[in-house]
Design a protein around this ligand. Structure first.
Ligand code: SF4
Ligand code: SF4
Length: 350
């Protein structure tokens, strides 16, 4: 509720705007996520893959049986997690387990490389990674995934493409947007973040972005958005300005390069479980990434949203309006298109 003095200072439009943003934030805050790497196996081998930077994440290794995961899902739901992020490795290699996750939670997200289908009955958000135009995707992933993505996910209202931009694939932007339009699904932009291991072992990570790449990316976003009106480009401008300096965003300790405070890890229910169901309290959704270079879309959105809470408490409408796009993007990347409109309407009516 607005304080009486604040309410007097706002006109009717501003009050409505404040109320809308407050409700969107309430909806975002109702999501209690955790990550489950249900397999450490994958059918691709991508340059710059975060997952295989982790010790013990070995492709081809024996996996925990479905029954152990199913009882674990039930325990996790009882712990208060209402939004599983199902990842790996490649989670679509375990279709029966995906169905069990859906039956347990009825909302959640699957992170896939798009090479295999996810059963139509599973109404999770499906986030399909893409690493560039057809040629660059093949170069960086060892296999062309465009055709399988088209075959399995064209016009799928559950799906969004997730294009992680790096130094080598930045110029794929126009083609990737065209591909999203051909597919009839939304496109989210994320920015490559190197792992600590890559920074330690490579003299210069060929994928790393700098200010030139980030500026070019913003130009691509601005210049291409209007060319593809039928798709939604999930890429709020606030993301780029904040991602330009992640070390200040995450309050990184200069000596260790670890974040002193990270909103993902500050969330009390949040845990990232490995394929052996272990979790480390210091592990976020990209646990091997160097915090001072952490630019992933979800990590940055979460951080910005924690500031939004502060602005809401201070009734700072000007700042809140700037961050509304981040709330929308966060929700878009959590709910399939149809579910999002019904759940948003429900919250707006409250
Ligand atoms: S598809 Fe994902 S998990 Fe598999 S190798 Fe590529 S980045 Fe890693
Ligand atoms: S890498 Fe993980 S712990 Fe570090 S700032 Fe990013 S989200 Fe937080």
């Amino acid at each position: 509720m607005l304080a009486p003095t604040e309410a007097l200072q706002m006109n009717a439009d501003e009050k409505e705007k404040y109320s809308t943003i407050r409700k969107k934030l309430k909806l975002v805050s109702s999501i209690f996520p955790s990550v489950y790497d249900i397999t450490s196996n994958c059918n691709l081998s991508c340059e710059g893959c975060y997952y295989y930077e982790g010790e013990g994440n070995l492709n081809g290794s024996k996996q925990l049986p479905d029954e152990e995961w199913v009882s674990f899902f039930i325990e996790e739901k009882a712990r208060g997690v209402n939004f599983p992020h199902i990842a790996g490795g490649e989670p679509s290699l375990r279709p029966a387990l995906l169905l069990k996750a859906w039956e347990t939670w009825k909302q959640g997200a699957i992170y896939t490389n798009g090479t295999l289908p996810v059963e139509k009955d599973i109404n999770f958000k499906i986030i399909i990674s893409i690493w560039g135009d057809k040629q660059t995707d093949q170069l960086l992933r060892g296999k062309d995934t465009w055709d399988t993505i088209y075959k399995h996910y064209a016009n799928d209202a559950r799906a969004s493409l997730l294009f992680t931009v790096n130094r080598l694939n930045i110029d794929s932007f126009p083609e990737v947007m065209q591909f999203a339009e051909t597919l009839g699904i939304d496109l989210c932009i994320s920015i490559y973040s190197p792992t600590r291991k890559r920074l330690d072992t490579l003299e210069k990570d060929p994928l790393s972005v700098d200010s030139t790449v980030l500026e070019k990316l913003q130009e691509y976003v601005v210049n291409n958005n209007h060319k593809h009106p039928s798709i939604q480009l999930i890429s709020p401008i606030e993301y780029f300005s904040q991602a330009a300096d992640p070390s200040s965003l995450f309050n990184v300790d200069d000596a260790t390069n670890w974040a002193k405070s990270c909103s993902l890890l500050d969330n009390k229910k949040y845990r990232h479980y490995s394929s052996t169901q272990k979790y480390d309290k210091n592990a976020c959704c990209t646990p091997y990434v160097d915090c001072s270079e952490c630019r992933g879309y979800l990590n940055v959105y979460t951080r910005i949203i924690s500031n939004t809470r502060e602005y809401l408490a201070n009734k700072s409408l000007k700042k809140l309006t700037r961050f509304e796009g981040i709330l929308d993007a966060y929700l878009n990347m959590h709910y399939p298109r149809q579910s999002l409109s019904s759940i948003t309407n429900e919250y707006m009516a409250k």
